[in-house]
Design a protein. Structure first.
Length: 209
């Protein structure tokens, strides 16, 4: 079973409190989403492998640690996932960025792929799939299935707010994908919204209603 790491850092909890407020406008909401994404990335990259490299400082030769040649990619689920990308790139600027677009079929309620553009060597990269909200889990499960079908093996999922239903669905569908969650909320309501949640993350990031 994959692990689900729920953040307990005071800065993350404080910033999530700000974006939950209905009076927080799009500009501040966007900025906070990026900051929270940076902080979650810090946690999600904790287990990356390091290697010893010999270098020259202004004083002498010494051995330092560097990431062990692991290439990374950030893959937001459109459109709300875009709000997390810049904050993550601030932490891992060499990462490449792919995009996955899904919409929900209103009759079957199943996610349907409409866009997928990934780095050519994505199968060789550590891939971070990102979406601010993990609600039913349908989109996240489908996005990761798309990546696996294209040969990607090392996947982590990052979100800011999750519902227990979505976490359960993800762990059942992808027991090899670890989840990094800003806050684990109470439940989903009858409309599939996370409670207490923060409303529609895409609308709040982009100022659309």
């Amino acid at each position: 079973m994959s692990k689900a790491v729920v953040m307990d850092h005071p800065l993350i909890q404080h910033k999530i409190g700000v974006i939950r407020r209905k009076e927080t406008g799009s500009r501040d909401f966007r900025a906070m989403i990026g900051e929270i994404a940076s902080l979650i990335t810090y946690e999600a990259t904790k287990e990356l492998k390091l290697q010893d490299v010999e270098i020259e400082t202004p004083i002498c030769r010494t051995t330092v640690k560097e990431l062990a040649g692991k290439k990374m990619a950030i893959v937001p689920i459109l459109r709300a996932g875009l709000g997390m990308v810049d904050g993550m790139l601030a932490m891992i600027p060499s990462a490449k960025v792919g995009h996955i677009g899904l919409y929900r079929n209103e009759e079957t309620l199943e996610p349907v792929e409409y866009y997928c553009k990934l780095p050519a060597d994505c199968s060789e990269r550590d891939v971070f799939v990102v979406d601010p909200m993990l609600a039913t889990g349908g989109s996240a499960v489908a996005a990761i299935e798309m990546l696996k079908a294209r040969g990607v093996k090392n996947i982590r999922f990052l979100c800011i707010i999750a519902a227990p239903e979505g976490v359960k669905k993800m762990q059942e569908a992808h027991p090899d994908v670890d989840l990094y969650i800003g806050a684990l909320d109470d439940h989903l309501n009858e409309h599939g919204y996370i409670v207490p949640g923060l409303g529609d993350a895409g609308d709040r990031i982009f100022g659309t209603k």
